[in-house]
Structures are given as C-alpha cells and as structure tokens.
Write a protein that binds this ligand. Sequence first.
Ligand code: PMP
Length: 424
Amino acid sequence: STLDPATDALIEARARVLGPGYRLFYDTPVHLVRGRGSHLFDVDGVRYLDAYNNVPGVGHAHPAVTEAVTRALSTLNTHTRYLHEEIVRYSRRLLATMPEHLDRVTYACTGSEANDLALRIAHRYTGRRGVVVTADAYHGNTAAVTAISPSNGDADTPTDHVRRVPAPDTYRENGTAGARFAADVRAAIADLDAAGVGVGAFIVDTVFSSDGIYTDADLVGEAVGAVHAAGGLFIADEVQPGFARTGESMWGFGRHGVQPDLVTLGKPMGNGVPISAVVARSVVSDSFSSDIPYFNTCGGTPMSIAAASAVLDVIEDEKLMTNAADVGDALRAGIAEVAGSSPMIGDVRGVGLYTGVEVVAPGTTDGDRAAARTLVNRLRDRQVLISICGRDGNVLKIRPPLVFSLSDVDWFCTEFADACAHIG
Ligand code: PMP
C-alpha cells in the first residue's frame, strides 16, 4: 500500500463493513472532516477546492441552512398528515419559480424517488408504459428507475419498455446534434408503438450530466415536440441543472424553450438535507393521486422544508444565479486558455457552474479515458477535486457549489494548467 497506515486502516475497515459497492474517488482517497463554502478540509487540516459537489449548492455548512434546520428539528419534525404552514408557503414559492401550468408539488426524499413517482404518474395519465431515455443517463436507483439509468450498466430489472437514444453530442455532431437526437427519439417512439407499448414518458436531464455534459440551448425542443405529438409526457429531471446552476434560470429546461409536464427535483434542494419533489400540471398529478395513495414519511417534513426554504433565501440573498453565470464564464475562459496549449483538451463547454472538458487523443475527437483519469488524480494531488462522466469516461465534470468565487477560479486554473503540463 502507498498510503499512510491510518488511512490504510480506515479504507480496510470501511471495506469490511460496507463492501465493494462503496467506491472511493481517486487513487489516493480523500479523508474529509470539514467543509465551508466551496472549500473542504481533510483530517490533516489541508484545504481542498471543491469543484465537484452540487448537493451543497449554496456552499458547505451554510449557516442559514444550519440555523433553519436546527430550529425546525428542535421544535417539531412530524410528517405531512398534520397541518403545517411552512410546507404551503414553500410550495407556493417553489411553484412561483416554474411556468404557470405547473401547479402541483409532491415531496419525497431522493431524486430516485421523485423520478420513480414521475414514472408512475406518467404511466397512470397516459396509460402507456414506454419510456425514452438518453443512452448514458442516470436517473436513480429504485427498481423502476434503474431500468431507465443505462449509465449503471445493464439493469437488473426489466427494460422491455425502455428505448435508449444517444444524447446530442454537440462536440462530435457539430450543428446537427439536436436534429439527429429528435430523429432518434421519433424512431424510439415508433419502435415502442410497434411493440404495442407506446410512449408514456420522455425523461431528460437537460444538461446531460451523465451522458457527457451537453449544454447548448434548444437541443431538446424538437424531440419533446415529437413525444407530445405521440401523447407522451416530458419529464425534466432537474436534479442536476436545477436551483440556479445554469446561471440564467432556476431550471435547466428553460434554455430549451420546452414545457415539461413533470419536473423532478433533488440534490441541492435541501443543501444536503434529503428532500426532493415532483412538480406537475394538476390534471396530470391528480390523475394519479386521486386514486393511488402516495405517502412519504420523511418527505416534506418541517425540517426538510426549513432547509429548502433557507436554500431559496440564500440563492436570492447572495445572488447565486448571477454568480453562477459570471464565475462559470470566467472558469471556462480560464480553462480554454490552458486548452490552447494542451492538445489533449478537445472541447470546453458548459453553462453557469456546469462545465465539461473533453480529454481526447491529440489530433482526434476520440475520448481518452486514461488521460482523463490521470488528470483527475493529478488535480486531487494538488487539492482540487473534480470527477469524470460520459459514455467513454473521458469528460471532466466540473460542477462546484454555486458560491464558487473568482479567486477559486484562479486557484482552479493554476492547478489545472500545471496538471495538464505534467501529463502531456
Ligand atoms: N437524476 C439525476 C439526473 C441524478 O444525477 C441523480 C443522482 N446522481 C438522481 C436523479 C438520483 O438522485 P438520488 O441519488 O438523490 O436518488
């Protein structure tokens, strides 16, 4: 082993009780004990730049969230079968950020549960079970949602009703990605019809975070039109792009000029306190909930609602949407500058504080997974934390808390330039 004895012992003890499912990031795993804003601190007090975690959207250990949660937890934390004013107040506030036709909200705890419920609602409303999904998507880990999460590998649950369509690859399908995507979605719908299943839902993470991060505007409109024409519903999975990350809207679907029938929320919604939601048109939502009971014990409790309310407060008070736009642009400009002298960087793209960087074999558009992994590990050795995504595992995924600052950008770009220079 290459690590110090205490780290080795912890890794071993962890594996003994948690087993092989609990993967660790990096060749040299990081042992964190504290976080603040966009910075993390390890057991030796070393400071890291968090350029990866989106759950703490408003920053690690934000005092406003801590205070709201502490107050709620030390006052009352029951479930939704009792009257409580805060859930009504928050729901109104949340719905006010959405297009007017989306007027119902149902709370759960995880993004997986939200997507699971959205699928059930779509099935109920349309009478059709078919789902069209992108080819390397991740939408969660329940039995039903695993079936629509190809990035997990082959699902261990039935997928006869699922059709996979490659995401619009704006790097390799220059100018034609959206049209090709729509054509493939039409073919998938026809295939579901031919199989006697029919399309109930088309679900998209509108920044394609698992597929490889494709952030051009207007990529999904034509495909959504085809789904609507066939009587299917469009589910916008906002677990990744939602809550101001794109820097131009609270929601990622906004940049595609589309109207979702169902919107699913999660991750940053409670800044780490588990809370998620399905937002829908009432006619769609009620077609399910009028007949079928849905109760989620910890979904929408006073504590989780307090966290979610504090998150909206902080996004507004600290102008985090504007920050995401400005700092995200500065970050990509800095990375592009490094890319100019680094032939293994094929593309730098993103919106707000969601950035993807293609690591390729020089002179080609072929993804180089090994080089991407090396780069991620060399950055970790320089206390800068990111990860990778995409079909070929070669796209750097840079997705910091929304409080990322211009000095964080400088820190990132200095280490990024150095790491690139030491690889090739
Ligand atoms: N949808 C998307 C787009 C996600 O990225 C994730 C989590 N990575 C989920 C759904 C599932 O959320 P959770 O892990 O909270 O179940």
